[in-house]
Design a protein around this ligand. Structure first.
Ligand code: TMP
Ligand code: ASP
Length: 238
């Protein structure tokens, strides 16, 4: 397989075409952004850490029967994945109240809700990824109601697999964001990445934050937190 020109550049990754029309290469960069690109920095080695972390997590999800875009890891910073068209929805699962939900609804961060919450946001930077509902998503032409059913079913399963995987690492999966894509034959698969950039991960014993909130909130030791996640993931999967 040969890597060809760049198809797309995002805030943390680049996507390249290959000589196989069904495959792309995803390259993980060291850049970090927060608050829709207002805060920017380079976190040395973040791309290497997130590539390794997301690769392990996608393999675990694959083993658990979740269809994903992941095919394999090429090197420190690159993965080969199925080419999909990304559905412009950010699907957020909240097991514990934190971040924007805590702020918007005036609930103390760390509160345990009685049920799991799934938010959907319209992925559009110019609008700041607004929170929407199912009817908006269908009216915007992003998905059908049938596809949403499938996305919620997959999301619930992904949450179960990830929650128990992180629990084995003594980590509480507070919340996370995922994205889905459609393959050329219309199958919906988990795409993008799952990493400390896209999850809130709290140590179960100390409540220490081991995720991108360390960068968003200037808590320091960002890279060390990502290294800790990779090291615990390796311990439970090797
Ligand atoms: P929020 O509390 O800011 O809505 O974030 C919820 C979860 O989604 C949290 O784990 C961080 C993740 N997230 C992203 O991965 N990308 C984003 O652009 C945002 C806003 C949140
Ligand atoms: N990734 C988003 C941004 O750049 C937000 C976030 O993760 O906080 O702005």
């Amino acid at each position: 397989m040969e890597q060809l020109g760049m198809l797309y550049e995002g805030k943390a990754k680049q996507v390249f075409l290959t000589d196989d029309p069904e495959k792309i290469v995803i390259h993980y960069k060291d850049t970090a952004t927060a608050f829709n690109n207002i805060k920017k920095a380079t976190i040395e080695n973040k791309g290497v850490l997130n590539n390794a972390i997301s690769s392990i997590i996608f393999r675990e999800l694959g083993k658990a029967g979740v269809p994903t875009h992941y095919i394999g890891t090429l090197n420190d910073r690159d993965q080969v994945c199925r080419r999909v068209s990304i559905i412009p929805l950010e699907v957020i699962v909240r097991n514990i109240v934190a971040g924007s939900m805590a702020q918007r609804l005036g609930i103390e961060e760390g509160t345990q809700p009685s049920n799991t919450i799934i938010d959907i946001c319209y992925k559009k930077d110019e609008l700041g990824d607004p929170l929407i509902n199912d009817h908006h998503a269908v009216a915007l032409g992003l998905v059908t109601y049938g596809e949403l059913d499938e996305i919620y079913r997959m999301t619930t399963r992904i949450n179960e697999v990830l929650k128990s995987m992180f629990a084995r690492m003594n980590i509480r999966l507070v919340d996370f964001k995922i994205e889905f894509g459609r393959t050329s034959d219309g199958e919906i698969v988990l795409a993008d990445e799952v990493s400390p950039d896209t999850c809130r991960l709290w140590d179960m014993t100390t409540n220490e934050k081991l995720d991108k909130d360390r960068f968003r909130r200037d808590l320091g030791r960002v890279r060390e937190a990502y290294e800790e996640i990779l090291s615990r993931l390796k311990k439970i999967t090797e």
